[in-house]
Design a binder for this molecule. Structure first.
Ligand code: FAD
Length: 291
């Protein structure tokens, strides 16, 4: 099923994200974790694309398996940073062969080496270039893209970021999933601004349940997200107790999700990080709200 069709359904929807293994030996355990999450019958599951593309075959294998075994619609991620046209075209052909209907078109992160290299000759400078390639592939993919309520770190300001986001949508991006955020007001403010600029595609907020203090540090370093005092207090109080922190992190994420639904958001995406237990607890907290 195309996700744009899914987003037209009535009621509140919940989806989960998983990531592929980095090594062959981890494949079976990752596959089984993703299957446990698929058994929860989320509205869809996204499967990320390992930076550098070394694990691209696993993204497709896992996406294919979830759809075939559990009937859960899947969204396969694809990045294009520093890739040649041949490589990208080959990966698009792989997606077609795997029967992928939904693709998350991303540029991918610039490593410090890539950041300092001469990028003028790159075929794919931005996600928008990948979207054009996907449109030309004649595969009728439903294409999604990423957006940043707190502004992408490379953008000079939010107005520039939203201008480029609009170009991405005009290139063929049919829905947008957000970077994680811990303060819903940032999302509401962002929504107001993008709608004002004529971006009308469905927005899928991405919520990261923080279940341990180390994960918090890593997530903030990578995303640069604002951490509200309310969340910092949870970390101060429960950060040293793994079980308590997990419970508090799940409760915080649940609270964010309920508030998003209450404010008219249709589908919330949870960065479930291959963790069936966290996915199950969040879903069960929302059992009478979703569906
Ligand atoms: P772009 O849309 O290209 O934007 C990057 C920057 O360039 C922004 O500052 C934007 O404003 C600017 N820009 C865009 N177009 C133009 C233009 N035409 N001219 C000038 N500037 C422009 N990474 C992975 O490696 N694998 C994944 O699976 C993955 N999944 C993700 C899922 C989500 C929901 C999100 C939010 C991020 C994900 N990432 C993933 C990380 C992502 O690759 C990085 O955030 C990356 O730095 C930007 O990717 P993008 O597709 O948003 O890039």
């Amino acid at each position: 099923m195309k996700l744009t069709e899914l987003f037209k359904k009535d009621g509140q929807l919940l989806s989960f994200e998983v990531f592929p293994p980095k090594t062959d030996s981890a494949f079976d355990s990752v596959k089984s974790a993703t299957e446990e999450i698929a058994k929860l019958r989320p509205s869809f599951m996204s499967v990320t694309y390992g930076a550098g593309g070394g694990t691209s075959k696993y993204t497709l294998e896992i996406a294919k398996n979830i759809k075939a075994q559990y009937g859960v619609p899947t969204l396969a991620h694809l990045t294009c940073v520093s890739s040649t046209r041949e490589t990208v075209k080959a990966r698009i052909e792989d997606m077609k062969a795997a029967g992928i209907q939904n693709v998350m078109a991303l540029r991918g992160d610039l490593t410090p080496e890539l950041m300092n290299s001469d990028r003028s000759g790159w075929v794919y400078q931005h996600a928008e270039d990948l979207i054009r390639e996907l449109k030309e592939a004649n595969a009728d993919f439903c294409i999604g893209g990423a957006c940043y309520p707190e502004v992408h770190p490379e953008s000079a300001n939010q107005a520039d970021d939203i201008r480029h986001l609009k170009e991405k949508v005009e290139a063929g991006c049919e829905f947008l999933t957000t970077q994680m955020f811990f303060d819903n007001n940032l999302l509401y403010n962002f929504l107001y601004k993008i709608r004002e600029q004529g971006i009308t595609v469905p927005i899928v907020p991405g919520i990261m349940p923080i279940t341990n203090a180390k994960q918090m540090k890593r997530s903030i370093e990578m995303s640069g997200c604002y951490v509200p005092q309310r969340f910092k207090s949870l970390l101060d109080k429960f950060g040293s107790s793994p079980a308590a922190m997990k419970q508090a992190g799940i409760a915080y994420a649940t609270d964010q999700i309920i508030d998003l639904y209450a404010n008219g958001i249709k589908n919330v995406h949870v960065y479930s990080m291959n963790n069936p237990d966290v996915a199950q607890k969040i879903q069960s907290n929302l059992s009478d709200i979703i569906g």
